[in-house]
Design a protein around this ligand. Structure first.
Ligand code: ADP
Ligand code: MG
Length: 700
């Protein structure tokens, strides 16, 4: 249960004065649904940080005005000059003892201006002066105030990210109203730490953001935002570490294999493990043998050979008489895993089965019975694995492939299918070092930083779409000498329908050029159709496979040596890297053609050039972070990876390590967060909506 002191903050934003249905709708577009899926709330406004500020403190005389620099001047209204033609401007001449300027209004309503600026009266006018015809004018001043109004003018006005229908002034007003609802809260940060960093309290920091006295106060590196970012990073680390502690608590089990199946698999493999693979397997075996629960991240670029590592991990628990499961994010990938693993498992006497959304009826029932009876040793599947009626006899290891596609909740769901299940998550998304802690602070970590030997570099080229015909010609020649080609069509502005249409068009065009040689696979096809298309590509029957990004994750066809990516400028860097990783898996030389359509923006060009110049996933990830910011590198909020509201890894990255250590120290001293500071930290967890972590505390 959330502390009731926080209730005013979690009320819907419509509770604030001035939020009618229209503003509420615009706020919904600006702030998105709350993490719980509902209407935007007061807290969402509070945590909507300004990105800049307008300084209105300057009070020069007219003679001291500088073009373009915002000023607030006290003037006397001299005369009105209504427009001579309908479209002409309405001018009002105002002056002080040092000179005169005109205020300019377009499409103005005369009577309104006469009330706003009565001749002979004094007013304060705020805006950016510009030079026109040799003298200064201010077009549409932002403020026209009397002395009373001036007293209420904020010296510095924060500016916010906006959507249509909202103004900076309105957001600022709402944020200030939200501030007024902020309850008195105890400090959850260490006082000495705050003093050392020059940080103010939570409320004072929020105040500085929404009611700044200087523009510096809203800067990302300024103390206010940094303090709040640290709050968020600490909440995140605490939550991750609480999950980890929960998973580890008590009932871990030791699984020690006798090496019989692992040896058989090793003998059946056509290659030797790389050093990195061997080290990862060793670390996993040690985890499995330990009486605590394993929670390990296996990070390895595309093609680094994670699948074998997963199989050897499974072998260890199967040798110990228990079961293992491998969960993949897509049907295609699950089937591919099965196809790769089955012969090896067979050689080792390991019984493998598959369970996806497609297994239904009698077949499914039979598989579930065998699973419950312990007649299946390794179950490969999709989300279908954590449906309620899937019961293992004794699940000891859950492997989650391509972790970024799943959330923490799903990870926990699979892990709860057995007593003290050990968990191995695998990801091919290269994650910059700075981000590993924020996203995976709760896990041990193995990296496959060594590619299997004998891989030739991929020749990556940027080709203008204007040269499509030439490209098709070149593909034809390559096919004549036996090449296998992926042709990827982009996502069209998030629309699956258009997306499929683009792929179908390209399919039709290529089919015309190469009759009978082209296959098609996209997200709208039925499972069996997809399999058949991939199957015909694997067998070489259709050496060209036109695809949407469904092939992004994991598909392994070593014979494929050409990857064409159409409209490459529309893809993200990480995604391009993943796609390119589908080729260069065999011994032959591979080519990747990035077909782009101009004009290219600077960022798009930088992305494509980075990809052309390197195959190193880590360099690509760092570059991606530089170009886009961490939210998108880690995927969306739903993916379970950390996406922050205030913290920016570019600006606050150095604090991640501190937050990690801080959280560890806090939990070592107060694992149940029950000291006074612990109680305050629970408030912090609620504020940043790490409620699930607080519930784990209660579960004990
Ligand atoms: P990923 O890490 O992308 O999941 P895979 O496990 O699919 O990579 O492996 C990619 C390819 O590399 C597969 O064809 C696999 O058989 C091969 N492979 C894996 N390990 C080695 C190795 N040590 N030596 C040679 N080839 C290997
Ligand atoms: Mg894989």
């Amino acid at each position: 249960m959330r502390d009731s002191r926080l209730d005013p903050l979690f009320a819907e934003a419509t509770a604030l004065p001035g939020v009618g249905p229209k503003v509420a709708k615009a706020l919904g577009r600006l702030l998105g649904p709350s993490p719980t899926g509902g209407e935007p709330r007061v807290i969402d406004l509070l945590l909507h940080a300004p990105t800049g500020a307008i300084d209105r403190r300057a009070r020069p005389k007219i003679a001291d005005l500088i073009a373009g620099e915002i000023a607030t001047v006290e003037v006397e209204v001299e005369r009105h000059q209504p427009p001579r033609s309908a479209r002409g401007p309405y001018r009002i001449v105002v002056a002080d003892e040092t000179g005169a300027i005109s205020l300019v209004f377009f499409k103005a309503h005369g009577p309104y201006l006469e009330r706003l600026l009565p001749v002979g009266e004094k007013r304060w006018v705020s805006g950016a002066p510009e030079v026109f015809d040799g003298s200064f004018q201010i077009v549409h001043p932002s403020h026209v105030l009397d002395a009373e109004g001036l007293a209420k003018l904020p010296p510095v006005e924060p500016t916010y990210p906006l959507v249509e229908g909202l103004t900076h002034g309105l957001i600022a007003k709402l944020a200030r109203a939200a501030l007024d609802r902020l309850p008195e809260l105890p400090e959850w940060q260490d006082e000495a730490f705050l003093a050392q960093r020059g940080f103010a309290g939570f409320a004072a920091s929020l105040n500085a953001l929404h009611r700044p006295n200087t523009p510096q106060e809203v800067a990302p590196e300024g103390p206010a935002l940094t303090r709040l970012a640290y709050d968020e990073l600490l909440a995140n680390q605490l939550a991750l570490q609480l999950v980890r502690a929960h998973m580890r608590r008590g009932s871990g089990r030791s699984s020690v294999g006798d090496g019989r199946m692992s040896r058989a698999i090793g003998a059946a493999l056509p290659f030797a493990l790389t050093g990195a693979q061997a080290r990862a397997v060793e670390a996993i075996r040690t985890d499995l043998a330990a009486p605590t629960r394993m929670l390990r991240l296996l990070q390895g670029d595309v093609g680094s050979g994670k699948t074998v590592v997963a199989l050897l991990a499974a072998a260890t628990v199967v040798e110990a008489g228990r079961q293992a499961a491998i969960m993949a994010p897509t049907e295609i990938l699950a089937r591919q895993h099965l196809a790769t693993l089955e012969p090896l498992a067979e050689a080792a006497g390991m019984r493998v089965a598959i369970l996806t959304g497609r297994e239904k009826g009698r077949e499914r029932t039979a598989a579930l019975q065998r699973l419950a009876a312990g007649e299946i040793d390794l179950l490969v599947g999709t989300h279908a694995l954590f449906q309620d009626d899937v019961v293992f006899r004794d699940l000891a290891l859950a492997v989650v492939d391509e972790q970024h596609k799943f959330g923490v909740r799903q990870r926990l769901a699979l892990a709860s299918k057995g007593a003290a299940v050990d968990v191995l998550v695998m990801t091919a998304t290269p994650i910059p070092r700075t981000l590993v802690l924020t996203a995976f602070g709760d896990m041990d970590h193995s990296a496959l930083d060594e590619k299997p030997p004998g891989r030739a570099p991929i020749d990556t080229r940027l080709v203008s779409l204007d040269r499509l015909d030439e490209t098709i010609g070149a593909i034809g020649r390559a096919m004549a000498s036996g090449a296998r080609v992926y042709w990827v069509c982009p996502l069209v502005e998030q629309s699956e329908t258009l997306d499929v249409a683009a792929a179908e068009d390209r399919f039709a065009a290529l089919e015309e050029a190469f009759p009978g040689k082209v296959g098609l696979v996209h997200g709208r096809m039925k499972g069996a159709e997809k399999d058949a298309a991939v199957e015909r590509f694997v067998s070489g029957e259709t050496p060209v496979l036109v695809a949407t990004t469904v092939i992004e994750v994991g598909v392994n066809v070593p014979e494929a040596t050409i990857m064409v990516i159409e409209h490459a400028e529309r893809f993200g860097l990480a995604q391009l890297h993943q796609l390119r990783g589908r080729v260069g898996r065999g011994a032959g030389r591979s080519t990747c053609l990035l077909l782009w359509k101009g004009p290219l923006g600077e960022t798009a060009r930088a992305r494509l050039e980075t990809l052309r110049d390197t195959e190193d996933g880590f360099i690509i990830a760092e570059k991606d972070l530089e170009l886009r910011g961490e939210g998108e590198v880690l995927g969306s909020r739903q993916s379970g990876a950390a996406v922050f509201r205030l913290a920016r890894i570019e600006a606050h990255g150095e604090l991640v390590r501190t937050a990690h250590a801080d959280a560890a120290l806090i939990l070592s001293r107060d694992p149940t967060l029950s000291t006074p500071r612990g109680e305050a930290l629970r408030l912090l967890l609620h504020l940043f909506e790490r409620d699930a972590a607080v519930r784990l505390l209660r579960a004990g």
